[in-house]
Ligand binder design. Structure first.
Ligand SMILES: Cc1cc2nc3c(=O)[nH]c(=O)nc-3n(C[C@H](O)[C@H](O)[C@H](O)COP(=O)(O)OP(=O)(O)OC[C@H]3O[C@@H](n4cnc5c(N)ncnc54)[C@H](O)[C@@H]3O)c2cc1C
Ligand code: SF4
Length: 511
């Protein structure tokens, strides 16, 4: 049963064995796994519940406004010579899973190895997590994107990148019956993207889980060092302001509010202070994209939104992935008005795009504010700055190798480049990272997992060091960035945590 809080006359009596805060990639996995194992589960979600048949018909701007966190305007403020990074996240039943491009990667082997070596926890090895990867990939139908679904812009990029020694490889995505309409980031219109609202949540609901939308948890309730429940606000429509309060009781609570909000909830509940690490060690996978104009018609919106990628075998800091924004979204981001703008818009059908992102260091921080949204700061590591500019140069070179007539750089103040010589004349060491247009779709960290309660917020099983019965199962627990798209990593880690929870005897007390 999914209930909209905005339609309730009065708060419900809420009691369960397990409360899950957040219904995104992490929270939905926990809800399904625990319900299937016979636990009585209640999911509390701040965002709206919108049926896939409904959001699939909305314009991109409408999905962003109604299902995206702060309408898509969240940003990490660059400190020093760092870009200010726009961060996208979902806030709805299904969380960010509804907004993904569907790209599916496992965590690279070298990252697993680092975790095992640094933390000394063998259960974080690639081998130990294999059964959980397989369970997630089966549940969300991971399949390879066929070559014929590559957009023309992607094909051309591949010709250029192959000349540079990096041929394209096919991506895998969680799709079933995808027709390649390129609208994935705004909610698939054909229910072909297997987001958690179409996969994990229906299984949890069929097993008896309850999902309450418009229920924002404001505080975790404790009795000494044990969790006993949560309290929060029921949000009304259309302004999303609180219309009432609720209290929900349970002896086990799982926080899966995402990297940006899990630390806010912990801090406001005065949890995790011993480590001093709540809100720290945030990674963002800073992402950038290049646009190139070709003489031939490209119509880049035809094809799967994301279909192929490339990565140099020895380069662990950078990955390049095909991207496409719908024409309405692309043009909305362009500066200018009138005839000059129209001239640019006329080139839209000839425009190809490709993106890259950096496997970054943990330099972000989330600060609690008196309001609902946190302040996020990011001081880019010099190694990541170098990698980012190398990545931008590689994207531009590849498009020139493929015959681009003009390349548009994502660097403010840079004129469109007409030739490879224009590119070679740029001294990237003198450019400011703060002038790069950057985005993030993969915030991780902020309540890291570890073995030392003085340096980590949760133990390697996912339970908070400071509070018994309180678990965290979202992107915030990651010990480092992973360098690839994060939905499979988050869902796999959450599956592992769900099984750890099931191994842990349920607390005897019941409030
Ligand atoms: C536009 C976009 C594109 C992406 N594309 C890809 C991709 O192609 N491939 C890929 O692998 N990954 C992709 N990702 C990343 C992936 O979606 C995330 O890594 C993953 O969803 C994170 O899961 P999570 O559980 O940590 O958080 P989320 O999925 O964001 O879920 C958190 C949920 O908690 C809710 N919440 C927050 N605070 C509270 C509170 N106090 N009370 C109640 N509820 C609360 C939020 O509203 C939200 O619904 C993309 C993300 C975005 C935004
Ligand atoms: S390309 Fe279109 S049909 Fe395929 S998953 Fe994305 S939005 Fe759905």
């Amino acid at each position: 049963m999914i209930v909209r809080g905005s339609e309730l006359d009065r708060p419900l009596e809420l009691r369960a064995e397990v409360i899950v805060i957040g219904s995104g990639a992490g929270g939905s996995v926990i809800a399904k796994e625990l319900t299937e194992a016979g636990r009585d589960v209640l999911v509390l979600e701040e965002g709206r519940y919108v049926r896939p048949q409904v959001y699939g018909q909305w314009r991109p701007s409408m999905t962003l406004r109604r299902m995206g966190r702060s309408g898509g305007t969240t940003a990490a403020i660059g400190v020093g010579d760092s870009p200010t990074i726009n961060i996208q996240a979902g806030s709805c039943v299904g969380g960010s899973s509804v907004m993904t491009g569907g790209v599916c990667f496992r965590i690279p082997g070298h990252v697993h190895k680092e975790w095992v070596d640094d933390l000394g926890v063998s259960s974080l090895s690639e081998e130990a997590m294999l059964p959980f990867y397989k369970r997630v990939e089966k549940a969300i139908h991971v399949e390879e994107v066929p070559e014929h679904m590559r957009s023309r812009g992607t094909q051309l990029f591949g010709q250029g990148s192959a000349k540079m020694g990096m041929p394209l490889q096919p991506l895998k995505r969680n799709t079933k019956g995808c027709c390649g309409c390129s609208a994935c980031n705004f909610g698939c219109p054909h229910q072909a993207k297997m987001s958690v609202d179409l996969t994990y949540l229906p299984v949890a609901l069929a097993g008896g889980a309850k999902v309450l939308a418009d229920h924002r948890v404001d505080r975790i309730l404790l009795d000494g060092d044990r969790v006993v429940g949560v309290e929060g606000s029921i949000l009304r429509e259309p302004d999303r302001k609180p219309k009432g309060r609720f209290v929900a009781k349970a002896p086990m609570v799982v926080v899966a509010a995402g990297t940006l909000h899990t630390p806010v909830l912990l801090s406001k509940s005065k949890i995790g202070r011993r480590s001093g690490q709540v809100g720290r060690n945030v990674t963002l996978h800073p992402a950038f994209r290049i646009a190139a104009v070709f003489d031939e018609p490209i119509q880049n919106w035809k094809g799967a939104l994301q279909s192929a990628y490339c990565q140099h075998p020895s380069e662990e800091k950078l990955i390049f992935i095909s991207v496409m924004a719908p024409p309405s979204v692309l043009t909305a981001m362009w500066p200018g008005v009138g005839p000059a703008f129209m001239e640019k818009a006329r080139q839209l059908g000839h425009l190809a795009t490709f993106g890259g992102m950096v496997h970054d260091e943990p330099v972000g921080r989330i600060w609690v504010t008196p309001g609902r949204e946190p302040l996020i700061t990011y001081q880019m590591d010099p190694r990541d700055r170098t990698a980012m500019f190398e990545g931008i140069r590689f994207l531009a070179e590849s498009y020139f190798e493929a015959g681009a007539k003009t390349v548009l750089m994502p660097i403010l103040g840079t004129e469109p480049l007409q030739t490879m010589d224009d590119l070679r004349r740029i001294d990237f060491t003198r450019l400011k990272a703060s002038s790069v247009e950057c985005l993030s779709f993969h915030p991780l960290g902020s309540c890291q997992m570890g073995t030392d309660p003085r340096r980590a917020v949760v133990d390697p099983r996912g339970e908070c060091f400071d509070v018994r019965g309180l678990w965290i199962a979202d992107g915030s627990v990651f010990p480092s960035s992973v360098g690839v798209n994060t939905q499979i990593p988050v869902m796999t880690m959450a599956t592992r945590i769900a099984f750890e929870m099931l191994e842990t005897p349920a607390p005897r007390y019941y409030v």
